[in-house]
Design a protein around this ligand. Structure first.
Ligand code: FES
Ligand SMILES: [Fe+2]
Length: 361
């Protein structure tokens, strides 16, 4: 390196990247309506998977998308009457535990080798319109995936969306649960237009997660006062649930309620897929109102996709992160601590996180 080049090095970063691979947890692999009779390919935590439905048992299989014979993609195969996934090359058959159940052409006496040709398989369940996989082939699942509240409630409209973020799981989760950026990235869409308000935020531990409650903010949309002149109270909670679910809930007055549950799946270290389910109970649920809401969500999320891709590119350009947090960063550092501890096999719920801060939004 010449003396000139030494002066051209970028400023130092910590060389740290907020990448945590939490395998022991339920991750959404795809939506239920994306999995028909044919297998589909999806990647979760860097693992290429072949997902398929079992026509007989009615379950779902999730196996490594690589035939142990000659490495063809099993997701390009088909499912037979015995709930086995059949490789498209020589027809080896696998069940959803990953056990090889048949090799066409092998004669009796040669078949003892069949059972040894198994493939890694992940536990998979279907719930609330999603196919969830347990991210670790070596361990038994603990519990069930988090339920998506109100998704099947007839009094609610459920809006489903899927987004691909070019960023870490942690960056996507922080963004989904970060209030201060809304006044800038989404300026005028739901904050940042009117005068700022001073509000109070309380952070607390919830089972396998974190909740922040925001108090004192006027309603983000619609009337701010009742006909009798009294102010309409808005309640707002942001929640994180391990290993990748963000949830945002608003209750405004007596008749408006919205809760958005947003599972995030790490496809790879710097690519995260978000499956948004936004459930709304409104005084007026006509199709025009719903179309407006869909357009609103798409606009907001497109802005988040763009800022997150730019953040990732810049972190990588500098060779790592050099983050500086303040009291306003209520979620991100604690989410990171939980993800990191879970990745290390430690209890993610151990730290005391209770905090009350005043902020202006
Ligand atoms: S490659 Fe799958 S059976 Fe040969
Ligand atoms: Fe955002």
């Amino acid at each position: 390196m010449t003396a000139e080049e030494a002066h051209m090095a970028p400023p130092e970063s910590k060389g740290h990247l907020s990448v945590a691979r939490v395998k022991k947890g339920w991750h959404v692999a795809c939506r239920s309506d994306q999995l028909g009779e044919d297998p589909v390919a999806r990647t979760v935590l860097g693992w290429p998977l072949a997902l398929y439905r079992e026509p007989e048992r009615g379950g779902v299989g999730a196996v490594l998308d690589r035939c142990p014979h000659r490495n063809v993609r099993l997701s390009k195969g088909a499912v037979d009457q015995d709930d086995c996934l059949v490789c498209p090359y020589h027809g080896w058959r696998f069940d959803s535990e990953g056990s090889c159940r048949g090799i066409p052409g092998l004669l009796q006496g040669q078949s003892e080798t069949v059972s040894k040709r198994s493939i890694p398989a992940l536990a998979a369940v279907e719930q609330d319109g999603f196919i969830w996989v347990w991210g670790d082939a070596e361990s038994e699942p603990v519990g069930r995936p988090l339920r998506i509240p109100f998704v099947d409630d007839p009094d609610y409209v459920a809006i489903h969306r899927e987004y691909l973020f070019e960023c870490t799981l942690h960056a996507a989760l922080e963004n989904a649960l970060d209030v201060p950026h809304t006044s800038f990235v989404h300026r005028g869409d739901f904050r940042g237009q009117a005068a700022r308000h001073e509000i109070v935020a309380e952070r607390r531990r919830i089972p396998d997660g974190i909740e922040v409650e925001y108090m004192g903010e006027p309603p983000l949309s619609g009337p701010t006062h009742s006909p009798d002149g009294s102010p309409i109270v808005q309640r707002h909670w942001d929640r994180f649930f391990m290993p990748g679910i963000a949830q945002v809930e608003y209750r405004t007055g007596a008749d408006r309620h919205q809760i958005t549950t947003f599972p995030h799946t790490p496809v790879s270290d710097f690519q995260t897929r978000g499956f948004l389910v936004s459930c709304w109970r409104l005084p007026d649920q006509n199709p025009e109102v719903i179309r407006t809401l869909e357009g609103f969500l798409d606009e907001i999320l497109a802005q988040d996709v763009a800022i997150l891709a730019d953040q990732t590119a810049n972190v990588l350009r500098f060779g790592g992160e050099a983050y500086g947090s303040t009291a306003l960063d209520l979620m991100g550092p604690e989410i990171w601590r939980m993800l990191r501890r879970a990745e290390q096999g430690l209890d993610p719920n151990s730290a005391a996180i209770e905090q009350r801060v005043r902020l202006s939004v």
